[in-house]
Design a protein around this ligand. Structure first.
Ligand code: C5J
Length: 221
C-alpha cells in the first residue's frame, strides 16, 4: 500500500488491486473536426488532458497493471438508444445522424473511436456503454471483480458527466476511486472545478482527487 497525496486525505494505492479506467477519450468529443467542436465547444479544454493521460497510461502499462477504456455510443440500429436521450437538447443534429466524423455516437463510426494518442493496446478491455456511467448496461463490474480489482484510477472526459457518473456508480459498488485532476476535462472550466469538488467534498463522499504525477511516482517506487 502506497499513500498518494490527494484531497481530502491521502489515497491508499494498492497497485495489484487497482485498475486504470479511461473514460470516453473519443474522437467526436476531443478532435477539432468532431461533433463536440461542431456544437461550438472549446475542445482545447479536453485536449489538455491527452498528454497527462499518455504519461499515466505508459507508466501503468510499464507496471503491467489492468487498463480499461470506455466509449459512449449506440448500436447502428439505435435499438439501445432511449428516445428521451435521442431528442434531448432539441438539436437539429442528434445521436445517430450524420456528423462530421460519421454517424454521431454510433459504434463503428470514426468519431466514436478512441483518439490515436490513447488507443487501446491489444488485450486491454474496451467497454462500450450506452449511458453516461460505465457500469450501466455493461460488463465492467464483472470484469473488475473477476480481476480482483477494488480501486480505480478514473480519467477521461467529461469531468461533470461521464467521469462523475462513473465514479458515483463505482462508489455505490464498493470501489475506492482516485481522480487525477490533470487527466480529466470539461468543456466548461466552472464544471471542471465543481465536478472535482463534488467528488472530494464531505470527506471524499465519492472519492479522492489528486495529480497524475504522484500516481506515476508511486508506480515507479
Ligand atoms: C461524456 C457527454 N463522455 N458529455 N459524454 O461525458 O455527453
Amino acid at each position: 500500500m502506497i499513500a498518494i497525496e490527494a484531497e481530502p486525505y491521502p489515497f491508499e494505492f494498492d497497485p495489484a488491486h487497482t485498475a486504470l479506467l479511461i473514460i470516453d477519450m473519443q474522437r467526436d468529443f476531443l478532435e477539432p473536426g468532431g461533433f463536440g467542436a461542431m456544437l461550438g465547444n472549446d475542445v482545447s479544454q479536453l485536449r489538455r488532458t491527452i498528454e497527462p493521460n499518455q504519461r499515466l497510461l505508459a507508466a501503468w502499462r510499464d507496471a503491467g497493471l489492468m487498463v480499461m477504456h470506455t466509449r459512449e455510443g449506440h448500436r447502428p440500429d439505435l435499438a439501445d438508444l432511449p428516445p428521451a436521450k435521442k431528442i434531448r437538447g432539441r438539436s437539429a443534429t442528434c445521436i445517430g445522424d450524420a456528423g462530421p466524423m460519421g454517424r454521431i455516437l454510433v459504434r463503428g463510426e470514426p468519431g466514436h473511436d478512441i483518439i490515436p494518442e490513447l488507443y487501446p493496446a491489444p488485450g486491454e478491455p474496451v467497454i462500450d456503454k450506452p449511458g453516461k456511467g460505465a457500469f450501466f448496461a455493461t460488463d465492467l463490474h464483472a470484469i473488475l471483480q473477476n480481476g480482483g480489482i477494488t480501486r480505480l484510477v478514473v480519467t477521461g472526459v467529461t469531468t461533470e458527466v461521464c467521469v462523475n457518473t462513473t465514479v458515483r456508480e463505482a462508489n455505490d459498488r464498493g470501489y475506492d476511486c482516485f481522480v487525477p485532476s490533470d487527466c480529466v476535462g470539461s468543456y466548461f472550466p466552472e464544471f471542471q472545478e465543481m465536478g472535482l469538488k463534488m467528488i472530494k467534498a464531505q470527506g471524499g463522499i465519492f472519492g479522492w482527487v489528486g495529480r497524475s504525477e504522484d500516481v506515476i511516482a508511486a508506480l515507479k517506487q
